[in-house]
Design a protein around this ligand. Structure first.
Ligand SMILES: [Zn+2]
Length: 415
């Protein structure tokens, strides 16, 4: 299929580049590149959101992606995850329309699979055969899975503080991996931005890679199809912010194409210990600076204390949609893990953070009882097993395997 993507445009200098070149950041100024589409043609020709129903994955929406030949598509059935209506937490808060987008059910257990399916496929389309990414764990595991499946030579740099399970998953999926040691997070950001210029090696870091977050637009398409409407508010955990920015771009496209006249308020959620977006948002600034300490939170997957290129894209999505950047304390995250689990979903701390933020936003009056809100549950609790015990503990009651003891227990528990 020919596709509607026309080229890449630099956020900073406005320079325009061909999509056929394996670019990461802008060759002129180092700015971030954004895929541009022929919106006039899309408006004329696109009549349904899910234009490729033969796929039950993000590729159902491939008309909204840069084009990829069939033989280069690397897919594990990612996306099309359930939109689960809350019963427990909604009941506790006395509201009706709270939903969870359950991305714990992705092939590698995290939402990163959306981006890597598209980005690895597109790299193959360009003839690129090797590349690297940096990760707090989930992205590395996802990159490893899609690279191995796509016969792509992958290096994953993973933070030294990453969960051992996530580090091992990268090795299990068969990528080359190295642990990244550093004193502060700004060193990582600087290294990644310099790598684009000096090494000429294709990289898959959010935003530095211009393709990955294009796949996050599928949140907008899937949720709109599942709900039959656009929600009033969306809550995303934010590390680099590819998820929230991509979803926002997807909703903007749907509005532009006439599928809706509403854009949800986008709420970006960080741990309070390292909430640079919140600090910038509270001060009304378009750009975030280093803030806090990312080692001081349980929410490992979104623990970053300095954003890529000032986090301007994330803040733009938040401001333009009328949302907010919010910070949540670890205690509230653990409570949100329990709330979410009573609704039947076990999310890692970062995935429960938007649920904690939803409760905070509801208490502050940012969200009304009548609003339809979606929390994106980005990763499985199995990715951070220690946090499950921290949130819930282990059962302490022991009984002998004996019918009398069982009977006594049932009476005592009033089962
Ligand atoms: Zn530029």
């Amino acid at each position: 299929m020919a596709g509607y993507a026309m080229g890449l445009k630099c956020d900073s200098c406005g320079g325009e580049f061909s999509l056929r070149d394996p670019l990461t950041t802008c060759p002129n100024c180092g700015g971030l590149l954004e895929v541009q589409y022929d919106m006039a043609a899309m408006r004329r020709e696109i009549k349904v959101i899910g234009g490729s129903p033969e796929y039950d994955s993000i590729w159902r929406y491939r008309q909204f992606f840069p084009s990829v030949e069939e033989q280069n598509v690397v897919t594990l059935g990612e996306g099309r995850t359930p939109l689960v209506k809350s019963v427990h937490l909604a009941g506790k808060l006395g509201i009706d329309n709270l939903y969870y987008k359950n991305d714990t059910m992705m092939p590698t257990g995290s939402f990163k699979d959306r981006g890597f399916s598209l980005a690895v496929s597109y790299a193959k389309e360009l003839g690129v055969r090797r590349g690297f990414t940096y990760s707090s764990g989930n992205a590395g595991a996802s990159f490893a899975a899609y690279s191995s499946r796509g016969m792509f030579n992958a290096l994953a740099l993973v933070e030294y503080i990453a969960n051992p399970v996530k580090k091992a998953m990268i090795q299990l999926y068969g990528a080359q991996a190295a642990v990244l040691d550093y004193d502060n997070f700004g060193q990582i950001t600087a290294m990644l931005e310099q790598a684009a210029e000096r090494l000429g090696l294709y990289q898959f870091v959010n935003f530095i890679n211009p393709i990955r977050h294009e796949a996050m637009k599928t949140y907008a398409y899937e949720i709109t199809e599942q709900l039959g409407r656009v929600p009033d508010a969306m809550f995303h955990p934010v590390g680099t912010g590819g998820g929230i920015f991509g979803a926002y771009k997807g909703y903007c496209e749907l509005a532009h194409l006439g599928f809706t006249d509403q854009i949800p308020r986008m709420y970006g959620v960080q741990p309070a210990a390292a909430a640079h977006f919140k600090a910038a948002f509270d001060a009304g600034l378009p750009e975030a600076a280093a803030y806090g300490d990312c080692t001081k939170t349980i929410a490992q997957s979104i623990a970053s204390d300095s954003p890529i290129q000032g986090g301007r894209r994330v803040l733009r999505a938040v401001y333009q949609s009328g949302g907010a950047a919010l910070g949540v304390e670890d205690g509230d995250i653990l409570e949100a893990m329990r709330d979410l689990a009573k609704d039947g979903i076990a999310g890692e701390p970062s995935a429960a953070a938007p649920v904690a933020a939803f409760k905070q936003a509801y208490e502050k009056g940012l969200v009304k009882a009548s609003d339809t809100a979606v929390c994106v549950i980005t990763g499985s609790a199995f990715k951070q097993p220690g946090a499950i015990k921290e949130a819930a503990g282990e059962p302490v009651t022991h009984i002998r395997a004996d019918i009398d003891e069982l009977e006594k227990l049932i009476v005592r528990l009033r089962l």
